[in-house]
Design a protein around this ligand. Structure first.
Ligand code: BJ8
Length: 427
């Protein structure tokens, strides 16, 4: 970190000893998993810097933004439209957490058999180690899976900052009506919290910023379709994770610079693994920072992860938003329509997800798909069987993994992944 931030953390009420412990674990993991990689693009140095300052400079930036009257809006789901947050001059921060922290305290509020992502965000708060939650003016939850829906009740008790959007479970006309109403109410809530009016100009600018970020992420995804892959799955995952909390304009510029470098690598036939190395696509539950477990296992075994069909991945940036609207009402309708195209497993039926997986596997030239579900993430665990069947029809090799954030099953994961790669190589 570039300087001592202890006073800032104390001011936010963090538990300094526990926080120091977290940072040292994070630094060690990052050094072992990330900095030891070979053939990393030079452009990754910006993203390394962001990680080194994840609880330092970025938090200082957020506090400076608050001092200027901006509001910090924390989110847990890609159903929450970032465009609306930017349109009230707010800052959108993804709060999902990917580390096994504070489980014991979390279990005093929610059951033990809850997915690691939920346990983690509650555990982080109760352990006093998340400066993002402390900085947030409003935390937006949503009625997606049952675990999150009920966990937000507990989280509101602990933080007093939670607002919940109702996401329907189907996509019929009446569901769309409900969702449009939710989007309108969210826009009103944001305007009240920020004491700012959304204007068509502000919203158009916000749409442009978010579209450019998503277009840069799409560009990165397309580049990963090359063989040899010009960037590791670990690095691409990290970039996707950072996209949820970095300044969007700066992030987009840095990602486009990196993609220019990757373009050159593709022209030169230079990759992070030899051409012909097994190419794996991952589908399923989101991997919040610093959850790098499965990518690390796969790439240590000599394969390369070429894409993530996940919210920390393609599901987040697949669709851009049309900015050709004449009024706020029309824009809110278009936002609702764009967000209801998201193919989260919380919907029934959700066959578009199967089509998206097949199409993505083709574009990325994936040799196999690993379906990843967090333990107790029922919706993705359930849907993995349909994914398996549709991949079988296309003769695409499939492996189902259910795991959490602990390292206890690393040996077993390694064995299963290696066997899967052997099967692919022999096919
Ligand atoms: S749009 S995937 S971000 S809900 S892993 S908490 S689903 S039990 S995160 Fe999600 Fe929005 Fe859907 Fe995406 Fe529940 Fe599963 Fe836990 Fe999950």
């Amino acid at each position: 970190m570039s300087k001592d931030y202890k006073d800032m953390w104390k001011g936010l009420g963090l538990n300094i000893d526990a926080h120091d412990g977290l940072l040292s674990v994070l630094t060690n993991a990052y050094t072992n998993i990330y900095l030891s990689q070979k053939e990393r693009p030079k452009g990754m140095s910006y993203f390394d810097f962001v990680i080194s300052e994840v609880h330092g400079l970025r938090i200082e930036e957020l506090l400076n933004a608050k001092a200027k009257g901006k509001k910090i809006i924390g989110t847990f789901c890609i159903f929450v439209p970032e465009e609306l947050i930017l349109a009230v001059d707010g800052v959108c921060i993804g709060l999902c957490s990917g580390a096994d922290v504070g489980s014991d305290s979390a279990e005093t509020h929610i059951p033990r058999n809850t997915c690691a992502l939920i346990k983690s965000f509650i555990g982080f708060k109760l352990s006093g180690i998340c400066p993002y939650v402390e900085t947030a003016d409003l935390i937006v939850g949503e009625t997606t899976c049952d675990g999150k829906k009920k966990a937000y009740e507990a989280f509101d008790k602990i933080t007093g900052k939670v607002y919940v959007m109702e996401v329907p479970n189907k996509k019929s006309e009446s569901d769309m009506r409900l969702w449009k109403q939710e989007i309108r109410q969210f826009a009103e809530k944001l305007q009240a919290v920020a004491s700012k009016q959304i204007t068509p100009e502000k919203l158009r600018e916000a749409v442009r910023v978010v579209n450019e970020k998503r277009a840069a992420l799409q560009r990165l995804s397309r580049l990963r379709g090359s063989d040899p892959a010009p960037i590791s799955g670990l690095d691409a995952l990290l970039i996707n994770q950072i996209s949820f909390f970095d300044d969007p304009v700066r992030f987009t510029a840095k990602l486009n610079e990196l993609c220019d470098e990757l373009d050159q690598r593709v022209k030169d036939g230079r990759g992070v693994a030899p051409a012909g190395a097994p190419r794996i696509m991952i589908a399923g539950s989101p991997m919040a920072i610093p959850n790098w477990k499965l990518h690390a296992v796969i790439e240590a075994a000599g394969a390369v992860v070429v894409g993530e069909e996940s919210c920390v991945g393609e599901r987040n940036y697949r669709t851009l938003l049309d900015d050709k609207f004449d009024s706020i009402d029309q824009a809110l309708e278009m936002i609702a329509e764009r967000y209801l195209t998201i193919d989260c497993a919380c919907f029934t039926p959700n066959d578009e997800r199967l089509d998206n997986i097949i199409s993505m596997a083709g574009k990325l030239r994936a040799d196999g798909v690993i379906h990843y579900s967090l333990l107790f993430c029922t919706i993705y665990m359930m849907e993995s069987y349909k994914v398996q069947n549709s991949l079988k029809e296309k003769e695409i090799p499939f492996l189902r993994i259910e795991t959490d954030y602990s390292s206890e099953d690393m040996g077993q994961l390694k064995t299963r992944v290696e066997a899967f790669l052997e099967m692919i190589k022999g096919a």
